[in-house]
Design a protein around this ligand. Structure first.
Ligand code: SF4
Ligand code: SF4
Length: 259
């Protein structure tokens, strides 16, 4: 399963890199944001209120967002660990860090719990500013590491400080696994309540589990799998890393509604 996930991740990452390279060669005017479901959420207000799309948003973005909602209701936040190129890059940086330090470097639990709520503030700010001050324009591009990085730090609204944001996220991902996804991504905040209700859940079979704790260490999201009967955490991305490393066959199983 890990190989399959790596292949899927690589394909989506290669897709946005191809768009970037084609853009640099003058072969397309598309950028990575053409394929971002968050734009579909941003598009909803002007669409419902004024029956129009603003800025670069269109029906495709709304379709992407609706697809994301359906995917999350079924598979939790699998979009983050299977599809999102920024998630992939952060995950690979985190794994490199794990090789260097011998384990994931994580902030203290109390700090982590506070920081986890930052993304809701970011979500409210981004939507509020877009629908008021920026009048439907995607004014957050200059602050968005997905846009900054996958336009090669040269998107048309990339400012000098944007480059520091892009590089800062990549560097921070080395010291805190999935730092942007966990603490700052507004799309992650939107998915959280749906992820809790996601059908596909991991279940731990206490009869087979030896409480070795290997799964806890392997989880990029820092979820305490080894003490859960069922992983209902909003942050679970169904990356299945915990299942991959578990030495006891059948101790962790992917189930429908934990059954
Ligand atoms: S890795 Fe497997 S056996 Fe070890 S604590 Fe986790 S579920 Fe139990
Ligand atoms: S609990 Fe398992 S599947 Fe969920 S994020 Fe952690 S390692 Fe991935």
């Amino acid at each position: 399963m890990r190989l399959l996930r790596t292949i899927v991740q690589t394909l989506f990452l290669a897709g946005v890199v191809a768009v970037l390279v084609r853009g640099m060669m003058g072969l397309t005017t598309s950028t990575c944001e053409t394929y971002c479901p968050f734009a579909g959420l941003v598009a909803l207000y002007p669409l419902l209120r004024f029956n129009t799309y603003t800025c670069a948003m269109n029906e495709f973005h709304v379709a992407l967002f609706v697809s994301l909602v359906a995917l999350t209701l079924v598979t939790k936040k699998s979009f983050c660990s299977w599809v999102c190129p920024l998630g992939t890059v952060q995950e690979w940086i985190g794994k490199a860090s794990r090789e260097v330090f011998g384990r994931y470097v994580r902030p203290p639990v109390a700090v982590d719990r506070i920081l986890l709520n930052l993304k809701y503030v970011v979500l409210v700010l981004v939507l509020g500013l877009t629908w008021t001050v920026w009048q439907g324009d995607l004014g957050f591009r200059a602050y968005d590491p997905f846009y900054i990085i996958f336009t090669g730090f040269r998107g048309h609204e990339t400012l000098s400080f944007s480059i520091f944001i892009g590089i800062g996220v990549l560097v921070a991902a080395f010291f805190v696994p999935m730092v942007f996804c966990r603490y700052l991504c507004p799309l992650s905040a939107v998915m959280d309540p749906m992820s809790r209700a996601g059908f596909l859940r991991l279940r731990r079979n206490p009869g087979r589990c030896t409480d070795c704790g290997i799964c806890d260490e392997a989880c990029p999201q820092g979820i305490p799998v080894a003490t859960a009967d069922e992983v209902t955490a909003r942050d679970c991305t169904n990356c299945l890393e915990c299942v991959e490393v578990c030495p006891e066959k059948g101790a962790l199983e992917l189930t429908l509604f934990g059954k």
